[in-house]
Design a protein around this ligand. Structure first.
Ligand code: UGA
Length: 439
């Protein structure tokens, strides 16, 4: 049992803190938001992550998980503090480190004994050294501490599973003793532990996310070529994926990546490259292709609706950036809604869990009760998020509610033959139009 503090109760901090508590440690999570901490103290998670709320309550009841707004209180007897605060995109695509700075200053002021400060937030290469400088400069009296980078690789929607079953844990530090202690914390996970220096650990995180984003943009570029040539991108991806050097994951063509990580991290890496005088041509292409996939949706809707979107009623199926989350940051649905409205369309949307968040940021979107309500009177539907509940819809019922029965499937969740059988005009990403290849 170790005493651990975690700064930041967003997706990363809350799942990290709760999982460490579940492994038997004594964990205190800190956040500057009194509202969030009050909710958590009542046993309510401020975010949706499958299984998280139950795990929070279980560990609070066991006396292993605590929440506070006070660094003094949280740091009293701890050996480790994880920094898991947000690092949003700044004006030029650089990572905005104001929250990391605030957390580092707060740690420096509150620490009363030697500490290991672990950066889990995705931060530009070199930030570990910068955090060490801030802590050193902000301490009222000099006190020992070490900075360790331990980037997180969990996905929203499966954060708890990913945390408990990682492919690897990466630990970077200038202090071998601190790195060893952080490695010990992770031993119960029985996984490969990669020990390296601070900057390399920070770079491993960026390179991993940028590579995955590249896979997505790659398959999206292939998808658009498939459409022109009458090939089927899903079968192409399957055929590629069996090659173990390529791997089957992250080859789903669609409206592109979103969320709080890939868009921000690819831009931040591009920015780091630019300011250091290199020419990140591949990263730029990855970003461009991703943007083009949002345009792909608008282009196809416009074409199917007779060349004009003005006055058309379009329903967006799914608003979260991906299934199993309520996160709408950089969600394709919201970007596409904006583009459709610019051309005069009326946009409505439905999502099983993200609608509360959408209502906060987009007051023009009419929100529907379910997929059928969304289809009622719509000129076209666009699948933006591949929620399971969309996969087994009552297609004849859906068809009967729609005037035109047009579906643009931005996530390739339906079978074109079945859609045609039910009388839909159906267009999917990277799959030949009926007639192009004899379908
Ligand atoms: C991603 C990484 O997968 C995690 O390893 C990492 O820890 C995290 O970012 C982070 O940096 O914090 P996440 O953003 O939760 O996790 O979501 P993913 O499941 O990776 O999906 C990212 C985006 O790619 C989604 O918009 C998804 O729809 C899209 N995607 C994914 C595709 O368009 N095609 C695919 O084949 C796979």
């Amino acid at each position: 049992m170790r005493n651990i503090a975690v700064a930041g109760t967003g997706y990363v901090g809350l799942s990290t803190g709760t999982c460490f508590a579940d492994m038997g440690n004594n964990v205190t999570c800190i956040d500057i938001s009194e509202e969030k901490i009050a909710m958590l103290q009542r046993g309510e998670a401020p975010i949706y992550e499958p299984g998280l709320n139950e795990m929070i309550v279980r560990n609070m009841k066991a006396g292993r998980l605590h929440f506070t707004t006070s660094y003094d209180e949280a740091l009293k007897d701890v050996e480790f503090i994880f920094i898991c605060v947000g690092t949003p995109s700044g004006v030029d695509g650089e990572a905005d480190l104001q929250y990391v700075r605030m957390a580092a200053e707060s740690v420096a002021h509150a620490m009363t004994h030697p500490l290991i400060v672990i950066n889990k937030s995705t931060v530009p290469v070199g930030t570990g050294d910068w955090v060490a400088d801030i802590v050193r400069r902000s301490q009222p009296e000099p006190m020992d501490f070490a900075v360790v980078s331990c980037p997180e690789f969990t996905r929203e929607g499966s954060a708890l599973y990913d945390f408990m079953n990682p492919d690897r844990v990466v630990i970077g530090s200038r202090s071998p003793e601190a790195a060893e202690k952080v490695a010990q914390l992770h031993l119960p996970l029985r996984t490969r532990i990669i020990m390296t220096d601070l900057r390399t650990a920070e770079m491993i995180k960026y390179a991993s996310n940028a590579f995955l984003a590249t896979k997505i943009s790659f398959i999206n570029e292939i998808a658009v070529i498939c459409e022109k040539l009458g090939a089927d991108v899903q079968e192409v991806a399957e055929g590629m994926g069996f090659d173990r050097r390529i791997g089957a994951q992250f080859l789903n063509a669609g409206l592109g990546y979103g969320g709080s990580c890939f868009p921000k991290d690819v831009k931040a890496l591009e920015h780091m490259a630019l300011v250091h005088g290199s020419h990140p041509a591949l990263l730029r292409a990855v970003i461009d292709i991703n943007r083009d996939m949002r345009r792909w949706a608008v282009y196809n809707l416009r074409e199917l609706l007779g060349g004009k979107l003005d006055g058309k009623r379009i329903g967006l199926m799914g608003l979260a950036f991906k299934p199993n989350t309520d996160d709408i940051r950089e969600a394709p649905a919201l970007e596409i809604a904006h583009m459709l409205r610019n051309e005069g369309a009326h946009v409505s949307g439905y999502d099983p869990v993200a609608m509360k968040n959408v209502a906060r940021v987009d007051n023009q979107m009419r929100l529907s009760e379910d997929a059928y309500d969304l289809a009622d009177g719509a000129d076209a539907l666009l699948v933006c998020t591949e929620w399971n509940e969309f996969k087994q819809l009552d297609l004849p019922r859906l068809r009967s509610l729609m005037g035109n029965a047009l579906i643009v499937d931005g996530r390739n969740i339906y079978d074109p033959a079945i859609m045609a059988h039910h009388g839909f005009v159906y267009r999917a990403v990277g799959r030949a139009q009926a007639g192009n290849n004899g379908n």
